[in-house]
Ligand binder design. Structure first.
Ligand SMILES: [Zn+2]
Length: 746
């Protein structure tokens, strides 16, 4: 329908041209011919502007939206559908309120309002936000008839032309009726009939002045209905409403329509058009379970000053969304509940780190490559300014194998690594992985890029992590049950964004509980009874809190924060989003596959020195194993010698600053003399989560040596199911050494 106008214009142009050729006989002077041609063209243009074709009035075709098995997620408010919900006559209160809200000169202009346009241009010129937008009611009807195309200049011109024709074709009252029938009134409600019923439980003609004014405030910002009260006051003032109307307290109808996954439904309605029924990819059971999980964590979130939660679950094989929660409370207006947190840009914090490591692995680094976690300064794009990254806890841990550095999410080695592989290369990888809003230059972001200074959405994050779960192959996501299967197959043949080896390494590291234990402890919300690769992130000033992770089957992302960017309190990746992620993952993954990414055949487990990452010599005190290429050249550890460590130069200062270096690789030897309970920590408090199945809430008892375990003097297994109360945990090993800690379970 958009193409109608240009083709008519061409046709018209030809006709005008033909007519001018037919005029000749009198042979007047050339200027007169030109003048007549111009007049004819102007008349033709005016006629065409006023009389040309109109796009069809959009039928209200809100379809029923179901989950993947046919469970109804959303049903249009009127089951019987379309024009029966339209009004022909606009009730007086609604008419006056709408005109006062949108277009005060509506009765006097010809479809366009030069005064409003002038004012909007002035606002634009002074770089202020246009308050009234400059669009008349007629123009807005035109815009809705043209189905909300992108806001280009050409589109605005088309709208203006259609507005002129509407004014020619219809009376002012008819145009107003079109407007109130087509306008969005929030919460998926289109048209004044449904809106009146939805909010006030009555018909439009029964609305009071105050109610009509409140409804008239909605179409401008339909996503935040309950904030319309301030605008309602302005509208009442413009209407010169009587005092009793201004004093009226609105009481809203409590009957909310059945609506599951409202943010998702809203998105599907915006992106897909169908007459009657759309079968989406969503799993209604999982969605409900996630709503329950969020409700169960609500008090804890509020304690951290967080009002919003977004959760997205992607099926790794098909790329289909299985669950999608945008804010945790769609109808909670105080904190922007209708905003879709899945598609909102936020700083991801450490959640982008795996991509820096993936890039390094692509360039020849391995998980055994040692990175320096020591005070370092890096040059920036600004001359004379250096960048000095810090770790979360302010300490430096000396040499760290890449496996430990990534799993423990240390900042300094990640920045050091990025300085080696290059920010431009990382930008290319991030964009390839679908972070399309990371669109500035490498100089703009600098090395902070790996610490999450660029903004991403939860949706992008989940899709990008699914790429690792799929062995390095990106997937196109879909909200429908079937539609783009072809597309995702296409991408799966096409593009290996990173090698399978890199995807395996990243996955193996992120699913290695012992590698992250030195930072995150164990037995917490990042540990699962089946392999889960998981990463947390916290943005600057604790505004955003993320946990993203995947199994073979699904990728789950959780964001916790505030849409007004208010800061969180005492929240890290583990305390805010972590517990919700844990519960969602347990609910979402029903397959419990033993491997996430299959190991490439050319990798084999090889011994490495825990400190230097090289092949161990006779002097190396602690030996770990790492998946390394079978044919990699063997290099023996040159750091360990009998009785001392020959530190490479970059560690001299760090090693000298501490009496006895306790790098990760040496911790075990340092504690050898006594039995030491490593989990749980002394005086730890555990909360029993009512939403989780009991068997998933065991406490993992661990010590630095094999030990027998007792709780309150009674022998127990190493996996102890939590029981409420205060408990004494005792470990005794075969040599009679013992250690005790006290814990509380609530
Ligand atoms: Zn060594």
């Amino acid at each position: 329908m958009i193409h109608v106008i240009p083709s008519v214009a061409r046709d018209l142009g030809e006709r005008v041209a033909r007519r001018t050729r037919l005029v000749p006989p009198l042979r007047p002077g050339p200027s007169l011919t030109l003048g007549m041609t111009a007049v004819a063209a102007l008349v033709a243009l005016a006629l065409w502007l006023r009389l040309g074709p109109l796009p069809p009035v959009p039928r209200d075709t809100s379809p029923i939206i179901t989950d993947r098995r046919g469970v109804v997620l959303y049903e249009p408010l009127a089951a019987n559908g379309t024009r029966s919900e339209w009004i022909a006559e606009v009730p007086e209160n609604v008419a006056r309120a709408t005109i006062a809200a949108e277009d005060r000169r509506f009765e006097r202009h010809f479809g366009l309002d030069p005064i409003a346009i002038g004012r909007a241009v002035m606002h634009d010129v002074r770089r202020l936000r246009a308050v009234e937008g400059g669009s008349t009611i007629t123009q807005q009807v035109a815009k809705m008839m043209l189905a909300n195309q992108p806001r280009t200049f050409a589109q605005k011109l088309r709208e203006a032309v259609v507005a002129l024709r509407l004014e020619h074709r219809y009376s002012k009252r008819e145009i107003l009726a079109l407007y109130v029938n087509l306008a969005p009134y929030g919460e998926q409600t289109t048209g004044i009939v449904r809106a009146s019923r939805r909010y006030f439980g009555c018909a439009p003609e029964e609305l009071t002045v105050a109610q009509a004014a409140w409804l008239a405030a909605l179409p401008q910002r339909p996503s935040t209905p309950r904030r319309a009260l301030a605008r309602q006051r302005v509208i009442l003032a413009r209407m010169n409403a009587p005092a009793e109307a201004r004093a009226e307290r609105l009481s809203f109808s409590r009957k909310a329509p059945p609506l599951l996954a409202p943010h998702f439904v809203q998105r599907v309605l915006a992106e897909h058009h169908a007459e009657s029924r759309i079968v989406t990819s969503l799993d209604a059971d999982l969605q409900r379970e996630i709503q329950g999980i969020i409700a169960a964590h609500r008090a804890n979130l509020l304690a951290h000053g967080a009002h919003s939660v977004a959760v997205a679950v992607l099926d790794n094989r098909s790329g289909q969304w299985l669950a999608y929660e945008g804010s945790g409370d769609y109808f909670g207006d105080e904190f922007g509940g209708a905003i879709d947190g899945v598609t909102t840009l936020r700083q991801p914090g450490s959640a982008l780190k795996p991509f820096t490591y993936a890039l390094a692995f692509e360039q020849g680094f391995t998980p055994a490559t040692v990175l320096a976690d020591v005070p370092q300064h890096f040059p920036t794009a600004e001359e004379g300014v250096v960048y000095t990254p810090r770790n979360y806890d302010g300490t430096y841990r000396g040499p760290l194998r890449a496996r430990l550095a990534l799993a423990g999410s240390e900042n300094v080695p990640a920045v050091a690594l990025l300085s080696k592989v290059g920010a431009p290369a990382l930008l290319r990888l991030l964009r390839g992985a679908g972070f399309r809003d990371v669109d500035r230059t490498a100089d703009y972001y600098g090395l902070g890029l790996t610490l999450g200074d660029a903004e991403v959405t939860l949706e992008q994050l989940v899709r990008a992590y699914a790429m690792f779960a799929r062995g390095g192959v990106p997937v196109a996501s879909s909200a429908l049950r079937v539609a783009n299967n072809g597309l995702s197959q296409l991408t799966s043949r096409d593009s290996q964004l990173v090698s399978r080896r890199t995807a395996f390494w990243i996955t193996d590291i992120l699913s290695d509980p012992s590698a992250r234990e030195y930072i995150f402890g164990s037995g917490g919300s990042l540990d699962f009874p089946f392999p889960v690769a998981v990463k947390t992130g916290t943005s600057q000033a604790y505004r955003d809190n993320w946990t993203v992770g995947y199994t073979r089957a699904v990728t789950v992302g959780v964001w916790v924060g505030n849409f007004d960017r208010g800061e969180l309190r005492h929240s890290s990746g583990v305390t805010g989003a972590g517990p919700i992620f844990h519960a969602v993952m347990l609910a979402a993954d029903r397959t419990h596959a033993a491997t996430i990414v299959d190991r490439p055949p050319d990798l084999e487990q090889q011994p490495v020195c825990a400190l230097s990452g090289a092949r161990p010599s006779m002097s190396c005190p602690t030996i770990e194993s790492e998946w390394l290429p079978r044919d990699a050249p063997v290099e023996f550890c040159a750091w360990h010698h009998d009785g001392y460590v020959a530190w490479p130069s970059e560690y001299h200062e760090w090693a000298g600053a501490r009496e006895r270096p306790t790098a990760i690789g040496q911790r075990r030897t340092a504690n050898r003399a006594r039995l030491h309970i490593t989990n749980p920590a002394n005086e730890a408090t555990y909360l029993i989560d009512p939403t989780l199945r009991h068997q998933y809430q065991a406490l993992h008892l661990r010590a630095n040596a094999e030990a027998k375990w007792m709780i309150d003097g009674q022998p127990v297994a190493r996996e102890w199911p939590l029981a409420p109360g205060k408990h004494l945990v005792t470990a005794v090993d075969s040599r009679g050494r013992r250690d005790e800690v006290r814990i509380t379970v609530r």
